[in-house]
Design a protein around this ligand. Structure first.
Ligand SMILES: *Cc1c(COP(=O)(O)O)cnc(C)c1O
Length: 458
């Protein structure tokens, strides 16, 4: 354990000076590790040393302040330190009676996040592995509640013969809530896709038409934070329409919901607190180490009814409920504890500062890129995401991909690829806890230099 802790610290100290992407390819890594399991074991220290040395060229420096790929947090060191304790403690977090300290810490995380995000304090919450499972748990709660309203006990009778539930979602939604809908037995063809505008936000007129076109119970899935544009659906317009129709409104806010923690940015999510359920990640904008996210459900009995391993039996929920009653797993890691450490360390002010800084840096990156000839930004920067396009339309896709390839290969910064409105983009997500102005400047100069080379054709 001491060896591993020392190696972990040395790794993190070295990250800012390392090329961001891995140097070795997948086949090499697989060939290195995927050997027959030997009959005889080897000493523990040797295992750890081997792990450290043989992974060295095969890791992507996702914790680097130069990493802008996908929408990934940078595993804040105080969270990583707490995660080491979590592993050492070896607690099964599923049972409050057996591990009261862990349950206390995780309840604090649920309270604090609900409060920071301005969501209803009476909500029930479960700490999941991420927003995919957060969306799934919340959609299962919605399914339970909508069926119950229609007089159908879905936990006892299942979906065969159940009342049909219509689903409405935006055309630019993330794939995760679609997966959640599949996991929940809704299939894909049931979903009506409402039209979206040039920022990926649902158009209220189209949403209204969708609502008017369906009968019976309705599940609406909205989004805070589109992965390419960072924009959010117009909750204040959409949710009252859905309410009038008695629909359940779920919001996928994997990263975007964190805007609510910053008073100046919260108006971009106006009305979001009127929904019935929300999914949010802790391992994205809060920079918790993987895996951590949350399902938050206003009517906690709906969440418990759908998640409790005890099935139809509903425990007394006044002030007390078991961790296993709000997530799919029975036995699980104390996965909320790293977020407790990060929230304690940052405080409210630190969370606000981090989210606001990322949004300001994204705005600055967009302004500087837009000033460079031949480069453009396709989104209004509504949060921390910047969609960068190189060249004119005819050759733009190939040029954008080539600029990205060169930037990634140089390895000083690492944005990733996206497709936005049928066009290739370099997608920049400013989300690492350590990312500051100097790093953002380096990102702009790396893209500018690669563009010079691609445009010059040499
Ligand atoms: C990342 C993301 C998800 C999925 O979250 P995971 O934590 O990767 O499971 C869902 N929705 C949006 C908008 C996201 O950005």
């Amino acid at each position: 354990m001491r060896l591993a802790a020392e190696a972990a610290i040395a790794y993190r100290l070295g990250v800012p000076d390392r090329p961001v992407p891995p140097a070795c390819d997948l086949d090499t890594a697989v060939a290195r590790f995927r050997t027959p399991l030997a009959e005889a074991g080897i000493p523990a220290a040797e295992v750890i040393e081997t792990l450290v040395h043989e992974t060295d060229d095969g890791l992507n420096q996702m914790t680097s302040p130069g990493f802008y790929g996908y929408v990934l947090g940078g595993s804040h060191p105080v969270g990583v330190a707490a995660d080491m304790l979590v592993s050492a403690w070896g607690q099964n977090a599923g049972s409050s009676a057996e591990t009261p300290a862990v349950t206390g810490l995780e309840r604090a995380v649920c309270d604090w996040v609900i409060d920071l995000l301005g969501l209803p304090p009476e909500s029930g919450a479960g700490i999941t592995t991420g927003a995919t499972v957060g969306n799934t748990a919340a959609i299962l709660a919605a399914r339970n509640a909508l069926c119950a309203r229609a007089g159908w006990d879905v936990e006892a009778r299942g979906l065969f013969g159940a009342p049909g539930i219509a689903v409405i979602m935006g055309a630019d939604a993330h794939s995760a809530p679609s997966a959640a809908l599949r996991y929940a037995g809704f299939g894909t063809e049931r979903t009506l896709l409402a039209d979206t505008d040039d920022q990926g936000r649902i158009r209220p007129e189209s949403f209204e038409r969708c609502l008017a076109s369906v009968d019976g119970p309705v599940l609406v899935v909205l989004q805070a934070g589109q992965i390419n544009s960072g924009a959010s659906d117009p909750f204040a317009e959409l949710i009252p329409m859905a309410r009038a129709r008695d629909a359940w409104v779920h919001v996928d806010g994997a990263f975007g919901l964190w805007l609510a923690a910053v008073p100046e940015l919260a108006p971009r999510l106006a009305g979001v607190q009127e929904a019935d359920s929300w999914a949010v990640d802790l391992h994205k904008w809060l920079n918790a180490p993987f895996d951590a996210g949350m399902a938050i459900v206003r009517d906690r009995t709906a969440l418990v009814a759908s998640m409790s391993a005890r099935g139809a039996y509903l425990p007394d929920l006044t002030g007390h409920w078991e961790p296993t009653d709000s997530v799919p797993e029975l036995s699980r890691r104390a996965r909320g504890v790293p977020s407790y450490a990060i929230l304690r360390h940052l405080g409210r002010a630190g969370v606000r500062e981090m989210v606001a800084r990322h949004c300001a840096l994204a705005k600055g990156i967009a302004a500087e890129i837009s000033d460079l000839p031949g480069l453009s930004v396709l989104n209004e920067v509504a949060s921390n995401q910047v969609a960068i396009r190189c060249g004119e339309d005819a050759e733009g896709d190939a040029q954008t991909r080539e600029v990205l390839r060169q930037v990634q290969r140089r390895g000083r910064v690492y944005p990733s690829h996206g497709t936005w409105q049928g066009r290739d983009i370099i997608r920049v997500s400013v989300i690492g806890y350590a990312t500051q102005k100097a790093h953002a400047d380096l990102l702009v100069s790396e893209i500018a230099e690669a563009w010079q080379i691609v445009r010059g054709g040499n």
